[in-house]
Design a protein around this ligand. Structure first.
Ligand code: DDH
Length: 287
């Protein structure tokens, strides 16, 4: 039987650190490249990236991806793996809301995969199916610069932030049975680095000849991939300037990535819901 939530239990920062530590314990596994980290980051991002600043709907507050049809939106294909993985943690810490659990798991995955600290604080509440967002709010990898701007400006981000956020593709891979695309972006897909940006500039990228959706491969080894939306970052003049800066300076990428991901994970959460006035820095599991 799952532990019951004690009446009037107010979790402290230490309690959230316990959840972080449990997620960290469960990261390494015989799954994909050896870690659930990348798919957990993608869950936190897709839970947050539905935000629309004009209507103030969507975002991480209500964890509406638990409900159909949002769970079945094409962009969310495969994320049941991440949600089911986190059910183990939810059973042990039933007091945490799903929005807090998913975003904290994203923070944990980034930090444990050698990324920067991501300031985070709790306060999200579980919503209802009626709060779910319409399909089409997340980016479509087959499109170009205008689409990227439409999607990310709607969340409240600018060109520099679009590029910084995209650096998350240093992590993980595409799965033919999820998105239709195939392969990893970097040679170290469970370590966060600025390699994604370096590779965009240093490799020669050619269109892959196959029956799948349009994607690029590196000419040298053919084992890495870029989506059309990744490649746009070195073609569009404004995006390219930031991509080059991140390729040249991992510290700058980490600083900007930390700021923008912290904001991403708070999209849609009313300020008064936050437990702390400033986000917290969670400890890494080896600290
Ligand atoms: Fe992404 N992403 N993403 N992505 N993403 C995919 C995988 C991962 C786009 C498309 C795809 C961000 C931005 C974009 C991660 C994090 C982030 C896949 C492959 C597609 C397709 C899914 C699959 O087949 O399993 C597009 C398009 C954009 C864009 O237009 C900018 C952002 C902002 C993030 C972030 O985290 C901040 C991660 C991590 C993965 C790897 C998942 C895995 O299972 O591995």
């Amino acid at each position: 039987q799952a532990a019951k939530v004690k009446a009037n239990f107010v979790p402290s920062k230490d309690d959230y650190q316990k959840v972080y530590n449990r997620v960290a314990d469960l990261l390494d596994a015989e799954y994909d490249d050896g870690s659930y980290g990348p798919v957990l980051v993608r869950l936190a991002w897709h839970a947050s990236g539905t935000y629309d600043k004009d209507t103030k709907t969507g975002g991480s507050n209500y964890a509406t991806m638990r409900f159909e049809p949002e769970a079945l939106h094409g962009a969310n294909a495969g994320l049941h793996v991440a949600r089911e993985h986190l059910e183990k943690v939810k059973a042990e810490y039933p007091w945490i809301s799903y929005g807090d659990l998913w975003t904290l798991a994203g923070v944990c995955a980034i930090q444990e995969m050698a990324g920067p600290k991501i300031p985070w604080r709790p306060g999200r509440i579980d919503g209802f199916a009626a709060d779910a967002t319409p399909d089409g709010r997340l980016p479509d990898a087959t499109q170009g610069a205008d689409h990227l701007r439409n999607i990310f400006y709607r969340m409240g981000f600018n060109d520099q932030e679009i590029v910084a956020l995209s650096g998350a593709h240093a992590l993980g891979r595409c799965h033919p049975d999820r998105s239709g695309f195939e392969g990893p972006w970097t040679f170290a897909p469970i370590t966060l680095t600025n390699d994604y940006f370096k590779l965009l500039f240093d490799e020669k990228w050619v269109w892959r000849k196959w029956n799948g959706p349009k994607q690029l491969q590196d000419k040298k080894t053919g084992s890495l991939m870029m989506l059309p939306t990744d490649y746009v970052l070195v073609q569009d003049k404004s995006f390219k300037k930031y991509a080059k800066a991140y390729a040249d300076d991992q510290d700058l990428f980490f600083k900007d990535f930390s700021n923008v991901v912290s904001r991403l994970f708070e999209l849609g959460v009313p300020t008064q819901q936050f437990v702390a006035s400033e986000p917290w820095i969670m400890k890494n599991s080896d600290e």
